[in-house]
Write a protein that binds this ligand. Structure first.
Ligand SMILES: *[C@@H]1O[C@H](CO)[C@@H](O)[C@H](O)[C@H]1NC(C)=O
Ligand SMILES: *[C@@H]1O[C@H](CO)[C@@H](O)[C@H](O)[C@H]1NC(C)=O
Ligand SMILES: *[C@@H]1O[C@H](CO)[C@@H](O)[C@H](O)[C@H]1NC(C)=O
Length: 446
């Protein structure tokens, strides 16, 4: 009984220790893209929109945004969405605008999937992500624009995804489902104080973007909804996500950079990605990198994360044929409750776009530090399984405690084709990480 009680004692103290050990400085994304106010304000009702939840408002949204684009006001224009339910088809944003959702405003996607427009696949994917060929355009999208803000008083953008999820379940889809919000080739974007719900596919997808701030957002989709990733920064730089609550049917955040030979040829990495103060729950991953990382992923900082009812807490995933790299990743201060596997770094995850991928294109995974992780009710602490011809290097686990359901350690770690170091890891980490001669890079990692 004594060791059990000792563990409970430490477990009860740990959150306190973590909180008290460092003076908490409130860091934030604001220096990447500062918030700004617009001189001109127009309302969607000026363009004949009706917020009764039945009238289709696609044309008013298009007219309003055309107006912002062509009668350009100095300092940009705010498009006000009053309380009400504003049903619409997909629409595109323009530069120098703020889409402002009042409290009680809901922008709702039409379920008319027959008339949903198609667009070309992303060059770094070579095809739609779930089906070959073109893909449905995202519900709200921005292409090649800058200085764009989506904000307000926590109004909702609702994808009404159930018709799409059912088509997926019945295998009756012909093209890849639409994202709820996608920015492509865009920069200086802020998304804050908005609720995203029931996306047909991924929720928020910045791709080929730079300087993107996402804060105080809530992203919700049912636990069993297919592929409803929360936020997927993809081939983008300087993306900062903070103070988010995400509970969906797939990865909460997944950093990506293209798919196999298409991603390698396009060669656009994701770099400078910060994720902090995020909490949530998912049947798949809490924080993921991959599996599509063919353009490379580097300089990632993840801190102060709280996960519950989740499949994999921290999940770094790639595959032979992906090429690319994952390097300089730091994950610090993560608490987990009821998680199937705490930490997984794996080199055999994910499918291929077609048969033309180069099976000798090996990814590299180097310099991943995971520090101050504390979990209870964890079925399996973790596994780190590299690729034989491209072992994972400089993997550092420091102060990682992952207890099972009864506050004891249920399963051992599992490792292969990896080198690095482990300090203060319980249960006892695998020998590949403890046998390393110099652990200097790990102890001095923070
Ligand atoms: C919106 O929600 C966030 C939590 O995501 C909260 O911090 C913020 O105060 C809310 N804002 C308003 C205007 O209600
Ligand atoms: C590693 O990434 C961090 C961001 O997490 C960045 O500040 C640092 O400069 C990077 N280090 C190198 C050597 O690039
Ligand atoms: C660790 O993260 C939690 C949120 O999950 C936060 O409350 C706490 O202050 C963080 N601790 C440190 C030392 O930053």
């Amino acid at each position: 009984m004594a060791p059990f009680r000792a563990l409970v004692g430490v477990a009860a103290l740990l959150p306190l220790l973590l909180q008290c050990s460092v003076a908490v400085t409130e860091v934030s994304c604001s220096d990447i893209v500062p918030m700004k106010w617009r001189r001109e304000v127009i309302s969607i009702t000026d363009f004949g929109a009706v917020g009764d939840g039945r009238t289709l408002n696609t044309w008013p949204f298009k007219k309003a945004i055309y107006r912002i684009q062509h009668l350009r006001s100095r300092g940009g224009t705010l498009l006000y969405i009053p309380p009400g339910v504003w049903l619409t088809g997909s629409f595109s944003l323009t530069s120098h605008m703020t889409l402002y959702l009042a409290r009680g405003a809901v922008i709702k996607a039409t379920q008319d999937t027959w008339n949903w427009p198609l667009v070309d696949p992303l060059p770094s994917y070579g095809r739609g992500r779930e089906l070959p060929g073109r893909r449905y355009v995202s519900f709200i999208q921005g292409d090649g624009i800058s200085d764009v803000i989506i904000t307000g008083e926590n109004g909702t953008i609702d994808g009404q995804g159930d018709v799409w999820w059912n088509m997926w379940r019945q295998r009756s889809l012909h093209f890849t489902r639409p994202n709820l919000l996608e920015f492509k080739n865009s920069r200086d974007v802020i998304i804050s104080n908005v609720v995203f719900q029931n996306s047909p596919f991924w929720n928020i997808h910045p791709v080929y973007c730079s300087n993107v701030v996402i804060k105080y957002v809530t992203v919700l989709a049912p636990y069993d909804s297919p592929n409803t990733d929360g936020i997927d920064p993809d081939s983008s730089s300087n993306v900062c996500i903070e103070d988010a609550h995400i509970a969906t049917g797939d990865d909460l955040v997944a950093i990506k950079s293209g798919w196999d030979e298409y991603g390698i040829a396009y060669g656009r990495p994701s770099s400078g990605i910060t994720i902090r103060r995020l909490q949530g729950s998912s049947p798949f991953s809490g924080i993921a990198i991959g599996s599509e990382t063919s353009g490379g992923v580097e300089n990632v900082l993840v801190e102060n994360i709280n996960l519950y009812n989740t499949g994999f807490g921290i999940h770094i995933k790639t595959n032979a044929g992906r090429g690319g790299y994952i390097r300089n990743v730091t994950v610090v201060n993560v608490s987990m409750n009821k998680v199937r596997k705490g930490i997984r770094i794996a080199g055999d995850v994910g499918d291929h776009p077609d048969e033309y991928f180069n099976r000798y294109a090996m990814p590299t995974v180097d310099g991943v530090t995971i520090k101050n992780v504390w979990g209870v009710d964890i079925q399996q602490p973790g596994s780190i399984e590299g690729i034989r011809s491209s072992p994972f290097t400089r993997i550092c686990l420091s102060n990682v405690k992952l207890w099972g359901a009864l506050m004891h350690y249920e399963q051992p770690w599992k490792c292969m084709d990896v080198s690095g170091a482990a300090l203060g890891v319980q249960p006892w980490p695998c020998s590949q990480l403890t046998g390393t001669f110099s652990a200097g890079f790990c102890s001095s990692a923070f």
